[in-house]
Design a binder for this molecule. Structure first.
Ligand code: MN
Length: 504
């Protein structure tokens, strides 16, 4: 995948004041530098951590916030008050700050030196109350931030910061992202539609349509030589039956698919798009619905949503950014079919074609089969299973007065049966807390049938991401109780109604 998180930095900012004198401030700076260095080197934190001089005045804080806003590489601040930093000094800066913040509540010294502790030690290590003053101003100003509590050398602390940096990277990525739709939404479908103006105001990314003919033009301009080369790549990586290979009866279907993939790649790259949608209802001039092409574009890091689903395309892209460098894949997904055997209730997730091979378990085969809808030639697609293990499905819906991010934690199970006649990639999972409550909660929450599925992205990352966006997030996990969940939805409706008005 082509998403480099090391291009991003978070700034490590220590709050203090002049009260302590230069000697103490010098020591504070040395300690902060040491912490920043350790966080920067931590394998749990995928972005650079950059030390910034200790903040001792309102002007310095305001200037810092302004430069953070203007620094393209800076995706957020980690703040910490080793000593005491009076929070009125922060008001003007925080009023302007537009980058996400993690407030790290830690202490330079892990242990109290019981035998030698004196007032000098107390004055140097006062995060326990300095960070409370810092927390107040964020709460008083109703500003969103993540609070991470823990000793800075502990892995769990670094992992919490790491999850936040992954969310911040995805958030930064969205601020300049463009998504292209080839054709509109699938006719009459509600949940995949929504307000693209609201979305751009809230999320930063733009969504615009190109007639599929614009893509067709690029597809048709692909040279035979390029198609030859991509076919060779397919043949090297994927299992294929003889009739799909050179000289085979259905070889042309695979070449048509390769040509579409090359056209998609060229169109997306030239237009600097980070994802796209297509729809089987609008394929004029394309030989097939893009199958293997969309699967491989996703594997390359692009967002994708079927049937014009631009929200899921954007979400899949964001999840790709969060997951960069982690074990486990991320894909567009749809809850397709259930197995309702007592004691072993399962969901089979798949799509008509477009599941990302980053979630494949072992060998992937390239196959050509008819598609019941769309009226086009038989599309080529990659077929595979998904490995067992924890995963989640996330879905983004437009509720008129707000967006809701819905997450269900699930456990993928190893296939118990082969499905020789199912010509699509798929994953089979058990829902948490259980099939009935998870599905009921999902449906009460108005969750879409389309999701971003991931075995790398965590609920924590998505919660941090939703906080950065300032949107509602609702989680269905092992602890979900349906009665409480329904109440949470009702309270959220009231809260967002009060915050942003009631939707018609
Ligand atoms: Mn679909």
């Amino acid at each position: 995948m082509n998403i480099n998180l090391k291009q991003y930095e978070v700034w490590f900012v220590t709050g203090s004041q002049h009260l302590y004198g230069p000697e103490t401030l010098k020591a504070v700076a040395v300690h902060s530098q040491e912490i920043a260095k350790v966080l920067n080197a931590s394998s749990a934190i995928p972005v650079k951590v950059v030390f910034k001089p200790v903040m001792v005045s309102p002007d310095a804080i305001t200037e810092l916030c302004q430069s953070a806003n203007n620094a393209a590489k800076c995706i957020g601040l980690i703040t910490w008050c080793h000593t005491f930093s009076p929070s009125k000094m922060w008001i003007n800066g925080l009023k302007q700050l537009r980058k996400p913040v993690a407030h790290l509540h830690t202490q330079y010294n892990r242990d109290i030196p019981w035998g030698t502790i004196d007032m000098d030690f107390m004055n140097m290590n006062q995060a326990a109350h300095g960070d409370r003053e810092h927390g107040f101003i964020w709460s008083r100003m109703r500003l969103s931030r993540k609070v991470v509590v823990g000793f800075w050398q502990e892995e769990a602390t670094q992992e919490k910061l790491g999850a936040w940096t992954r969310a911040a990277a995805a958030w930064a990525d969205w601020q300049t992202a463009k998504f292209v739709r080839f054709g509109d939404n699938m006719r009459e479908v509600a949940v995949t539609d929504g307000d693209k103006v609201s979305a751009q105001m809230k999320f930063g990314f733009s969504v615009n349509t190109h007639g599929v003919g614009d893509l067709v033009k690029v597809v048709n301009a692909v040279s035979e030589k390029e198609v030859d080369a991509l076919f060779k790549t397919y043949a090297d990586i994927y299992d294929m039956t003889a009739d799909l290979k050179k000289g085979g009866k259905r070889h042309k279907s695979v070449r048509d698919a390769a040509r579409i993939e090359l056209g998609l790649e060229e169109f997306l790259t030239a237009g600097r798009f980070k994802g796209y949608t297509d729809t089987f209802e609008d394929l004029h001039g394309l030989a097939q619905l893009p199958g293997v092409g969309s699967q491989r574009m996703m594997a390359a890091g692009f967002g994708f949503g079927g049937e014009g689903d631009w929200k899921t395309s954007a979400l899949v892209r964001a999840m790709k950014v969060m997951a960069s460098g982690l074990e486990g894949g991320t894909s567009f997904m749809e809850d397709y079919t259930y197995h309702m055997q007592p004691g072993n209730k399962l969901v089979l997730g798949s799509h008509m074609l477009e599941i990302c091979p980053s979630i494949a378990d072992g060998r992937v085969s390239l196959q050509v089969h008819p598609l019941g809808i769309g009226g086009k030639a038989d599309p080529a697609r990659l077929v595979f299973n998904t490995p067992a293990g924890p995963a989640l499905n996330a879905s983004l819906m437009d509720f008129g007065n707000r967006f809701r991010l819905l997450i269900n934690e699930v456990d993928v199970v190893a296939p118990e049966h082969s499905m020789p006649k199912l010509p699509v990639a798929q994953a089979v999972w058990k829902c948490r807390p259980n099939f009935e409550d998870a599905c009921a909660a999902w449906i009460y929450a108005g969750g879409a049938h389309h999701t971003g599925f991931s075995q790398a992205v965590t609920t924590e990352m998505l919660e941090d991401f939703a906080a950065m966006a300032g949107i509602e997030v609702v989680v269905i996990d092992a602890d979900t109780k349906l009665r409480q969940f329904k109440q949470e939805l009702m309270w959220n409706d009231v809260a967002y109604g009060l915050k942003s008005g009631w939707a018609a």
